[in-house]
Design a protein around this ligand. Structure first.
Ligand SMILES: *Cc1c(COP(=O)(O)O)cnc(C)c1O
Length: 362
């Protein structure tokens, strides 16, 4: 078998080795069914049990109340850019969007198909290198929700504290940092996340929705666009992506074994510090893209003095088993995605490589 590398790809992203091993172990026969989890009916007791257990475990890990429902959808986070406004926005109503990166921008653009979009802040002019201060947020008088992207995957910025919007429900795209740190879920009416960064493989999107918001959703939508359809039918109205959900269940078990969200948060801080320290101690050779107080624990973005050096860095890192480090084209430079499943050793190997590369090329 090929040796595994340290995988810094932004998504799909590295998965915990014990999760892959567990999946391999029971690939041919899930529990005592004599069938692969890929082969059993989504209506079987075994599958439904697995899915319910996964939803419960997620609620437990996030410490969210029983007034939230966990839904398993498809179409990625991008589909939620449409479903959220489709369900809650009408032409007369306004939703506020905090535009702190390109996914936030895309979400806001989709909102316009269904109602009024008010941009409460937009940091594009600064190439999204920071999270705005609370005083910069200019909310509209009566929004139906405030949409926020908790972690800006491409730019490497992350909201450190969430804005106070009073009774207006926050709707959050947490695709790239869900379960990476503790937070108070109460102000959130809806949280969504594509699984392929911090939760498992591609193919399933998790939606966590508060019942009072669900009750306000537009009932006059085609069936597959209604959150109500998934809520009422326990996400089994049609065939869910069963294998992806199974993989999410393994990732959540692994996370519990790690000590849950508090423990992984501490771990994530230690991991990120290794790489940020390598940037900060490089006398300017490495330039972080994000402002210091906006730095993400999940995606570390930085540049080198020239694109030639950046290309060389990527090439030599790859040779040493550090892969997926090329930055997104809109930022350039490098990006190390260090989600929950990335090990401390992986981050240490990257930080050591950075120091070594600086010594030879600085
Ligand atoms: C990756 C990502 C998306 C896009 O997710 P898809 O599942 O590909 O639609 C949206 N938002 C954020 C914050 C992301 O990191």
């Amino acid at each position: 078998m090929n040796e595994r590398v340290y995988n810094f790809y932004p998504g799909p992203a590295t998965l915990p080795l014990p999760v892959l091993e567990a999946a391999r172990e029971e690939l041919l026969a899930f529990q005592s069914s004599g069938m692969s989890v890929m082969e059993i009916s989504h209506r079987s007791k075994q599958y439904e049990g697995l899915q319910n257990e996964t939803a419960d475990r997620l609620k437990r890990l996030l410490k969210i109340g029983d007034n939230y429902k966990v839904l398993f959808l498809q179409g990625g986070a991008s589909m939620q850019f449409d479903m959220v406004p489709m369900n809650f926005l009408t032409p007369e109503k306004t939703a506020d969007y905090l535009v702190t990166g390109s996914f936030a921008q895309k979400a806001a653009a989709e909102g316009k198909y269904f109602g009024q979009v008010h941009t409460a802040v937009d940091t594009k002019e600064e190439n999204f290198r920071r999270i705005p201060d609370p005083a910069e947020l200019k909310f509209s008088p009566n929004p139906v929700y405030v949409h926020i992207t908790s972690n800006n995957t491409i730019y490497g910025t992350q909201w450190q504290t969430f804005p106070d919007c009073g009774d207006v429900p926050l709707v959050a795209d947490m695709s790239s940092d869900i379960l990476s740190r503790p937070f108070d879920a109460k102000p959130f009416g809806l949280i969504y996340a594509g699984a392929q960064k911090n939760l498992g493989p591609a193919g399933v999107t998790i939606v966590i929705i508060r019942e009072d918001l669900l009750a306000k959703a537009n009932p006059n939508l085609p069936v597959m666009y209604r959150y109500e359809t998934f809520a009422k039918n326990n996400s089994l109205y049609n065939t869910p992506p069963t294998f992806s959900i199974y993989m999410v269940s393994l990732v959540l078990k692994w996370l519990e074994d790690q000590g849950g969200v508090e423990a992984i948060y501490k771990h994530n801080q230690e991991k990120a510090a290794l790489i940020y320290d390598a940037i900060d101690q490089s006398s300017g050779f490495y330039q972080g893209h994000a402002e210091k107080n906006s730095r993400s624990l999940m995606n570390v973005t930085f540049r080198l003095p020239s694109t030639e050096l950046e290309e060389k860095f990527v090439r030599e890192a790859t040779d040493q088993g550090l892969v997926g480090l090329k930055g997104h084209r809109s930022v350039g430079g490098l990006r190390a995605s260090i989600y929950n499943a990335m090990s401390y050793e992986g981050c240490k190997a990257l930080a050591d490589f950075m120091k070594d590369f600086l010594a030879k090329n600085g």
